[in-house]
Design a protein around this ligand. Sequence first.
Ligand code: ARG
Ligand code: MN
Ligand code: MN
Length: 296
Amino acid sequence: KKVRIIRVPFWMGSGRIGTELGPESMITAGLLGQLKGIGMDIVGDCEIDCCRHPSGSAGSGDIKYYTEVKDMARKVSEQVVGALQSGFFPLVLGGDHSVSIGSLAGLTGHYRNLGVIWFDAHADLNTEETTPTGNAHGMPLAIALGRARFKLTDIQGSNLVSKDKLVIVGARDIDPGERELIREEGITCFTMHDIDRYGMRNVMEKAIRIAGEGTDGIHFSLDLDALDPQIASGVGTPVPGGISYREAHFAMEMIAESGLLRSADVVEINAVLDNDRRTARHAVELTASLLGKRIL
Ligand code: ARG
Ligand code: MN
Ligand code: MN
């Protein structure tokens, strides 16, 4: 498989610095060697030229750094489209989770009917009205579904994501407005409660079916805060009671086995907080499993 790595050194969607070092920390943790080790061909590695140092304040709008977020997303989208047109697998390295606005914009332009699996402690379904923080990384799915004022289709060439083809896995910190949106839209959200009750195997079988059946394939978005902070503390918004090391790997292996994976994001590693570099190392190992690494 030919993989195009798209590095997005962006933090402004998270409200604090640190995630702009995410791509670098994954490379340092051995991402390229891991991918080559499983026979991946890494072609046309690129870095998005996104704003690292704000000239002004976060702005007075509803989304902090709206202009910078939108500009970054447009550039990511262009690179994702370019990769897809060349037949390469886009692997987007964040950056905070607002980088997925760019991935999804590019992907929905290329695929008519995209499935999405979103691994996250959060639902990332806030709108300008419901956000408790104003941080764009809490909003990408509301934007992708067209439920926020900032819509995915504000980025040229994109289409909205279908709510029936979206699955959230690992959620345990959901804001009131997000809960309402999940109910209203009937979005599939497998919380930690569901993982405890049914096990990761059953949850992922359902998730892969929902996102993979009758679609053009699956986009997988991995927010490292989905993992339990005891094993991955290098994230800006840690929430206790997360996915275990083995559960996470097993989920990646199931997605790999499905043969339906079309692209992926790996986001929210905050290198400033990742003192033992364990979060970056887990991110690398999980990415390898996702792209087909087997134990035997
Ligand atoms: N729900 C909170 C908010 O809207 C936290 C979002 C965290 N998102 C993330 N991608 N880490 O700000
Ligand atoms: Mn997220
Ligand atoms: Mn999160």
